[in-house]
Design a protein around this ligand. Structure first.
Ligand SMILES: [Zn+2]
Length: 518
């Protein structure tokens, strides 16, 4: 007897088709598992045997060979328990030919026959629809998330027996909770942050052009509060982006069961003790997404930037340019998307009080220099906006009025973004990431603007990259103002957001200017 049932597995961000083939032969009972399975898959026959016995279902007394095809791909995890068990039940005579046809099954089995939840159900359902499958059978805990994908029948099962009875036509299909009844989570509003007008303006520019941002300020000045409110001013994700971002979080097992679709740009705030693999992605044999992928199309906030491991920060450079990261492991190589907006926070000096009018700084110029040099220059070069976030006095905290709401700022951001979509002809390309040639042409600088930029570049000692970054920011400022051409005022504002050059010069090795302070 021979039967076959389709299943799938996740490799990196990709869903791969795996065919489960089961054959019975001879009269000696036993089971063979072939097709490059890992330890969890090899051991699955024990779980499957126990689950079938505890569900009081018949088990073939012949030699069973289970093949997972294609054989060259390594199969990982326990996702294949359910399809293997169903295929074994089919060859044992519980299911008729055709009852598995066109269907796809995935799920882990517990010894008592219950079906346990898996990672990546949403990505799998999306893939199955693309492949033209009529139905995917998966664990009940994943029904809510996978049912968000329209155009394919998604069936959730609680146990192996239920799956079998459903296929036999004896048990009804469970109806998923209809979509659209989830409320959006409340996002913190920028009006809750008092003062800090320059930083708020930088946040608006960052959101409009998807520019990376560095916030420099003493502890307690509100850097985290500002960073946490940046996703709230980003434009909402488009339909495709919602599925893309939700799939990533589904694969990482991070979807909120109450709100399986990630409709707003994500925010990730890893601690500085995070490992290299945790930040960019990694894993033992099969690569897993890291924080830069989890913040894809959203915000990655790295507070205390100089405290992060230098090697971890170094590897950020390549994905910041390309918007994706490739992780190679001994068996496979996987690509993950990583188009994130980096917001970094740092103190002005190790003690945090450099330039603070109320407290005195105890750091020597040498320690301050060492502190800044802990962050690599090429990484800082890729941060378009660098702003200072001073601590407010108690009086200012009480008396300053509440500022604009995130919603109001978001409207301007959306308008500026739509100008970019029109110009670049691609909804996912922004001023921060278009090619420099196109960007320069779009600035349409005239004599006055050019003269201004040359003087500013000389005075600040801008590197070539720093110069280009200023042009990108100026283009976004002009887009926010609805200007076709970049004007001197836009350039003058853009140059203001180069705090580090102002402090350090291009080499960042100069003496600290205590007089001006930060
Ligand atoms: Zn200090």
């Amino acid at each position: 007897m021979f039967t076959r049932l389709d299943s799938c597995s996740i490799l990196g961000m990709e869903v791969i088709q795996v065919e489960v083939e089961v054959n019975t032969s001879g009269s000696l009972p036993g089971i063979y598992m072939v097709g490059l399975p890992d330890a969890a898959v090899r051991e699955s026959y024990r779980r499957i045997k126990a689950a079938i016995a505890n569900s009081e279902l018949p088990f073939s007394h012949q030699l069973i060979t289970v093949n997972l095809a294609p054989a060259h791909l390594r199969k990982e995890g326990s996702n294949f328990d359910l399809p293997i068990a169903l295929a074994i039940l089919a060859v044992s005579g519980c299911l008729k030919a055709g009852e598995l046809e066109g269907r796809l099954a995935v799920g882990e089995l517990a010894l008592d026959g219950k079906v346990r939840g898996i990672r990546g159900a949403l990505a799998m359902a999306l893939w199955a629809r693309r492949k033209g499958r009529k139905e995917i059978i998966l664990p009940l805990p994943n029904l809510h998330e996978a049912a968000r994908i329209e155009g394919i029948t998604v069936t959730g099962v609680e146990s192996l027996r239920e799956a079998l009875e459903y296929l036999q036509g004896k048990a009804p299909r469970r109806e998923p909770v209809p979509a659209g009844c989830e409320e959006e989570a409340d996002e913190p509003c920028l009006s809750e942050v008092k003062g800090q007008l320059q930083a708020k303006r930088a946040l608006e520019i960052a959101a409009a052009g998807f520019h990376n941002l560095l916030l420099i300020g003493p502890p307690g000045s509100g850097k985290s509060m500002l960073a946490q409110r940046l996703p709230g001013v980003l434009p909402p994700l488009s339909g495709d982006e919602v599925l893309e971002v939700s799939s990533i979080h589904s694969v990482a097992g991070l979807l909120d069961p109450e709100r399986p679709l990630q409709r707003r740009p994500p925010l990730r705030t890893p601690h500085h003790s995070i490992s290299h693999a945790g930040l960019v992605g990694g894993g033992q044999q099969i690569p897993r997404p890291g924080e830069i992928t989890l913040s894809h199309r959203g915000v990655l906030f790295l507070d205390e930037l100089p405290e992060f491991r230098r090697d971890a920060l170094e590897v950020l450079r390549q994905p910041m340019e390309s918007g994706c990261v490739t992780i190679s492991r001994s068996l496979v190589c996987a690509n993950f998307p990583a188009r994130f907006l980096l917001v970094a926070g740092m103190n002005p000096c190790p003690c945090g009080f450099l330039g603070d009018p109320q407290r005195s700084c105890s750091c020597s110029p040498r320690t301050v220099r060492r502190y800044y040099n802990r962050v690599s220059g090429p990484l800082l070069d890729r941060i378009d906006l660098q702003v200072e976030v001073p601590r407010l006095s108690p009086r200012e905290l009480v008396e300053l009025p509440a500022g604009e709401t995130s919603l109001k700022i978001r409207e301007r951001v959306i308008a500026a973004r739509s100008r970019q979509v029109e110009r670049w002809g691609n909804a996912t390309v922004t001023n921060a990431h278009t090619t420099m040639g196109k960007l320069r042409a779009a600035c349409r600088l005239e004599e006055d603007e050019k003269r201004f930029m040359y003087t500013a570049a000389e005075r600040l000692g801008l590197t070539a990259r720093g110069f280009d970054r200023c042009l990108r920011v100026a283009r976004t400022i002009a887009d926010l103002a609805g200007r076709e051409r970049v004007a001197v005022a836009d350039l003058a504002e853009a140059v203001q957001y180069r705090s580090l050059e102002r402090l350090w010069g291009s080499s960042r090795m100069g003496e600290v200017d205590y007089g001006g302070g930060i």
